[in-house]
Design a binder for this molecule. Structure first.
Ligand code: OXD
Ligand code: MN
Length: 648
């Protein structure tokens, strides 16, 4: 058996000892978190054919990985919340009894690291030493996970020092589930090929994360979705704070007043784009604190203070361009890992809708040759001489739709360094949040921006969030609207209805509810009947953010409607309405209106989603068992109020 390293923290020792015994790796390496160690692991992977080293002049410190075709996204169907009682996992999660699940998974883990190295990664979610930060230990047999965790979290000795002093941590175990026989050559992307052999399992009551069989993204980088959202949301409920699927940004007005905003949008709905946006409005400055996850804690003044627990961006590559997000492109100029994008002949990368010409030929995400289309320089096909239409008909993409860049946050040219380091006015409090935005891709009905009339109304808005399904999850219903309350559907660590209640509790228990952030619902994705977007999005979204800041400051009145407070057309600043994308005034007027008939249908489906949560809670799929109702009455109250107001 491999020699187990010695740790000062007895719990770390026990966690590692346990898994060395079960998984039987060839050796065990504790990650120190140095630059040299990171480079050495990347270079080892290049030698083994698991990484391609990119042109170091064009992309210093950058590498490309290609995953197995069965391992390209989160696997929601194989993600489990194993609380003791099924009802505590709630109707939106897959559940299994924790003892049964542990038994089942232990069989999988038995000998699963034979022929491999076990890495022990001490990591921090948040700036090391910040009072909001939490710590973890991920044991993994994937060097890909190690180098991605190095970017996405703060890893190594600095964390271990805190654990050495007895610091608490979330224990995580991960294996790709592909042991090697003696002398067996490794493959480029080891993983369990069958979907049923993959497990992404959270034990919220033990605070443990067990992952098996996948090496991709949130399935394997356990600090991200598993810890910072699923486990942390349960911790947050128990301790009176919030773990949310939200970007955090800092906005500075021409008068130099700073505002901090969080926004919860479902996966692949533009959180990274908004987090790094270049405001089109003159004089406004936007800086990034985080693009995916926010932890918010109430302060003594009743404000919510936020940190970004992550250290990097795990961004969706296709669609990231100089038009949509130049700062994201700049963020992946160096020290970045690309997964499942196209390799160009000069050792660079390319993806669909990158906004630049495709190379004449390249290597696609599956490792096969690909060629520029004859009639479109911005598309590639699997054979030479193909047209864009032929490629589309073949359903081919050269970069996978969920291909990613893993880029260090410090690369971002507009990073708010203080906020990112958890500081506000030099104090490690996190930043005070002025506004919370919810949103999603909603082609119809939902207006450009809608202000909640109260905290409870805002919670209602969040509970009603939904979006078109995107490629960030494996799903066969791409394009349809799915309800995604607070953009947390795949990430709740407990019962969705209790989560709504927890949001309501944040007001009830607040030291000063008047200081809670104002809540808004935004929709950048309205389409006309002809299918065109009615709002340009991207930098033009600064017009909406300005209106929100003005509302916070009480500077503008709003149209008070049945569904919430909407801007008056003249209060959306249209300065600098120039360039490739422009606001069309008639479209703007349209998306500031209440579509009463559309909203009646919308509200009915929100009510149906509540009924479904309650029906599932009572284990009765045909009728709502009133006794088992778990969705808070206050939210049903808002539902009734909006329904009534719409019928007037
Ligand atoms: C992500 C996601 O990768 O939400 O951030 O799926
Ligand atoms: Mn996300």
């Amino acid at each position: 058996m491999a020699k187990t390293p010695k740790f000062k923290n007895a719990k770390v020792q026990a966690w590692v000892d346990q898994w060395v015994k079960v998984c039987d790796p060839d050796k065990v390496v504790v990650i120190k978190g140095t630059k040299q160690e990171h480079t050495d692991i990347c270079e080892m992977m290049v030698k083994k054919g698991q990484f391609v080293k990119l042109n170091q002049k064009l992309r210093p410190g950058c590498y490309l990985a290609r995953s197995h075709e069965s391992d390209v996204a989160r696997v929601e169907g194989r993600t489990f919340i194993c609380s003791k009682k099924e009802i505590d996992a709630g109707p939106t999660n897959h559940w299994k009894d924790p003892d049964v699940m542990k038994k089942e998974m232990l069989k999988k883990y038995k000998g699963c690291m034979k022929g491999r190295t076990m890495y022990v990664i001490p990591f921090a979610m948040g700036p090391i030493g910040n009072p909001i930060t939490q710590y973890g230990i991920e044991v993994t047999d994937s060097p890909y996970v190690v180098v991605n965790m190095n970017i996405m979290t703060r890893t190594g000795d600095a964390v271990m020092k805190i654990l050495d002093k007895g610091g608490a941590f979330v224990p995580c175990i991960h294996s790709v589930g592909a042991p090697l026989k003696k002398g067996q050559k490794d493959v480029a992307w080891p993983c369990a090929k069958k979907i049923d052999d993959k497990y992404i399992t959270q034990f919220p009551e033990d605070g443990e994360i067990w992952s098996f069989g996948s090496g991709y993204g949130g399935n394997a980088l356990l600090g991200k979705k598993c810890f910072a959202l699923r486990i942390a949301s349960k911790l947050a409920k128990d301790q009176g704070w919030m773990a949310e699927h939200m970007l955090i940004l800092t906005l500075t007005s021409p008068e130099k007043k700073k505002y901090h905003v969080t926004a919860a949008f479902p996966s692949a709905c533009g959180k990274t784009n908004l987090a790094m946006m270049l405001p089109k409005l003159p004089g406004w400055k936007l800086e990034t604190i985080g693009d995916d996850i926010a932890w918010l804690k109430p302060g003594e003044d009743g404000r919510l203070y936020a940190i970004n627990p992550e250290n990097g961006f795990f961004g969706v590559a296709p669609g990231t361009s100089n038009d949509s997000n130049p700062n994201a492109l700049l963020s992946c100029k160096k020290n970045t890992i690309f997964t499942n994008v196209v390799l160009t002949p000069n050792g660079d990368i390319w993806w669909e809708d990158m906004g630049i010409d495709a190379p004449e030929e390249g290597i696609d995400w599956k490792g096969n040759p690909c060629y520029r289309c004859v009639d479109d320089t911005k598309r590639m096909g699997p054979k030479p001489g193909m047209t864009k239409a032929e490629v589309k008909a073949a359903g081919y993409v050269a970069a996978h739709k969920n291909s990613r860049f893993t880029a260090p946050a410090v690369n971002c040219p507009v990073l708010d360094k203080d906020g990112f380091n958890g500081k506000f006015n030099k104090k490690p409090t996190g930043v005070p949040i002025d506004a919370i935005l919810f949103g999603g891709r909603r082609p119809s009905t939902i207006p450009l921006v809608n202000e909640a009339k109260s905290w409870t109304h805002g919670v209602f808005m969040g509970s009603a969030a939904g979006s078109e399904v995107t490629a960030a999850v494996i799903a066969d219903n791409i394009g349809q609207v799915r309800r995604d309350p607070m953009a947390m559907l795949p990430f709740f660590g407990y019962n969705v209805a209790d989560y709504f209640q927890h949001w309501l509790e944040m007001e009830r228990t607040s030291a000063n509810p008047a200081n809670l952030p104002k809540i808004y619902f935004v929709n950048w994705f309205r389409k006309g009947e002809d299918g065109r977007f009615m709002w340009p999005g991207f930098g033009d979204n600064s017009r909406v953010l300005k209106w929100i800041c003005q509302r916070i400051d009480g500077k503008v009145a709003a149209n008070e409607t049945a569904i919430g407070n909407l801007p008056k057309f003249e209060d959306i600043d249209l300065a600098n309405n120039e360039g490739k994308f422009k606001v069309v005034e008639d479209d703007l007027k349209e998306i500031l209106k209440v579509d009463v008939e559309g909203w009646k249908k919308e509200i009915a489906t929100v009510g149906a989603s509540y009924d479904e949560y309650d029906a599932k809670a009572s284990k009765d799929s045909t009728a709502v068992n009133k006794a088992a109702r778990r969705v808070p009455a206050a939210l049903r109250g808002i539902l009734a109020q909006v329904t009534e107001a719409l019928s007037k």
